[in-house]
Design a protein. Sequence first.
Length: 136
Amino acid sequence: MLLWSDDQIAALDRTLLQGRAGQPSLLLVQGEPGAGKSSLLGELVRRAHEFQLLAAEGRESEDSPAAGPVLLHTDDTHSAHPESVEALRLLLARADRARLLIAVGIRPPDGPVARAVAKFDVGSRQELTALVRGGR
């Protein structure tokens, strides 16, 4: 079990407090292999119980210089802040030839967020509408 210094725990708590207050924040955890970066990030996740968690892990691949495919799933996106929708748009715009799939759950089909998502410039788009429970 790794023990963290009071300064490291205080940095985690400050970052969480800023996020709770609506201040976008970045916590950069640096260290050599085995230094405990993953453990400290795990402690952050443990303390962030009221946050929605989006997690990603970089993996090296001997087969390809690109990492494995990435799926980013957002649900109830109609409730998202315009800045979050813009972040999705920028991610797509800069993901040239990346193995990336963004799946968005949204309602209503004619709302402002849906109109913004409809303008996303993507290589491939599949839209599913009028879903029916138990139907084929």
